[in-house]
Design a protein. Sequence first.
Length: 337
Amino acid sequence: MQKIEWDKLGFEFTPTKSNLRFTYKDGKWDDGELYDTYDITVSVVANAFHYGQAIFEGLKAFTTCDGRVCIFRPEANAARINSSARHLLMPEFPEDKFVEAVKRVVADNIDYVPPYGTGGSLYIRPVMFGITPQIGVSPSKEYMMIFIVTPVGAYYKGGLTPVEACISVDFDRAAPHGTGHIKAAGNYAAGMLSTKIAKEQHHCPVALFLDPATHTMVDEFGTSNFLAITKDGKYVTPDSKSVLPSITNNSLMQVAEDLGITVERRPVMRAELKDLAEVAACGTAVVITPVSRIYDGDQVYEYGDKVGATMQKIYDTLTGIQKGVVPDTHNWLVEVK
Ligand code: PLP
Ligand code: COI
């Protein structure tokens, strides 16, 4: 095993010992097999390349302060990949089998789970795609589901260092990721141009998508959900059909309620952005990444170059649960060892 500098990890791919592969054939999933290579042999006529029957998930395993390795809410990702599968006419993957598969692949790669205290985690990326060679537009008959793992650190700057964001109004396009609430590969490709423009023209690492029809409501960031704290201390997050139902956001809403913070899931207006006290992006990869300012054409909305007190509190609670230093009262952790 190569030496990994755990505290220097970003969100890049590091090869590990194995990945776990399942095949769907004749109407059923097989029992899966561990592979020590990342290469696959698949026909170029496979449906996934042409018509985009390709979906994925993202979740993490953590080393806790008492030396356990725990996966955060894998049942929620199992449910969401099946929701994506139903939307794209792909076969569902039994939810208990999904959780067992995650445990199996993490157990086999246990040496790659970053130690407690390094700030890292093992990112788990299950990916399902259609493999039947076909030229007509119709669902594939055969599929693969592969559970990949890789140790990661911060997606953006890390910890609670704020980043700048930029509103994407260059295209009349939805936050492509969530359309229909599905986490499909092609949706991400469709969002890359907006993020490239945010980076190159505005020097912002992240683009914020508005509702495509009116551009008056906030949807989500290219990588994550939008959340904010209002000046009167409420947690607000968009209720929109075109955002991904984030498991992190769902957990944070619960954490906020537990801390006595009022939670509002409702349309968040673009016109409100100037009045918000704290803004952040949230998701598995980005955890909670505070936003210092949002560029909106000629206007700039400022939220401060330091994390706000409420974001700090909910971040400490969520990451505390994941690391085993805050009681897991909602039974979100699934132990591997
Ligand atoms: N929104 C988008 C577009 C995402 O890619 C993600 C990450 O998966 C999220 C939101 C956050 O979802 P979760 O918290 O389940 O990772
Ligand atoms: C995740 O947070 O797991 C995602 O899939 C988002 C992606 C931008 C890495």
